[in-house]
Design a protein around this ligand. Sequence first.
Ligand code: BTN
Length: 261
Amino acid sequence: MNINLLTFDTIDSTNTEALKQARLGAEEGLCIVARQQTAGRGRHGRTWVSERDAGLYFSIVLRPKIETRYLTLITLMTGVAVCDTLGKFGVSADIKWVNDLHVDGRKICGILAETTDTAKGLAVIVGIGINIKSSNFPPEIAESATSIQDVTPSVLIGGKNPEPVCPPKPMEIANLLVKDVYKFYDTLQSENGPEKVIDEWRKRSSYFSGKLVRVVAGEAVIEGITDGLEPTGALRVRRDDGSVAIVQAGDVEQLRETTAH
Ligand code: BTN
């Protein structure tokens, strides 16, 4: 895959632009990065707050050669990649099934994967939003979201004259992120790739097993203890009566801090 980074000052949504480029025939590996988005979007039609230089707003065009049933694993492999990239900036994040990265229970990154048919076959657009600063968070997300700046030290400790530490610039993050996405996308498409991606996800997510959760999946509400992932990445939730629900899509909420057994 050849990485090609296209940068914009202002854009409606990097995902919208990447979808457009994919339909025009863009090669796999095209990345769109913008300093701000005027119509950044999240899952379920939600808005993604995209203040200028306050976050990384990034989308990549992929043209995966994997079985359709494994396409959901693209979101999981992206979560793994973002987790590793954040680690390089001193941020230790947890992956919440299926597409959020959290630090101390607050969201620091969201992932939005969208598909489109093109003349070259199916393209998957993976959009990644990482909060770098939280100074301009609107009140409705102030309690539930966090940023790199919030979770890393603001001064260098030690020494006689501690220096303030600036949060990373969006492009610094983008340059490392493309490498991590590339690496785990390669893993996904390698022999036994789906299993390997699930194993990498397991190592980085406290949601993999033993967590008491409530899942809202359309009209259905499922409560139980997480019990691993299906080979396709669907979440297994074991109810009190021993039955297991296989969740393909939905919003997961942790019910208690303590890990269940
Ligand atoms: C979510 O958590 O609901 C997913 C949020 C995804 C936000 C990113 S920001 C870059 C890309 N462009 C968009 O419009 N959305 C994604």
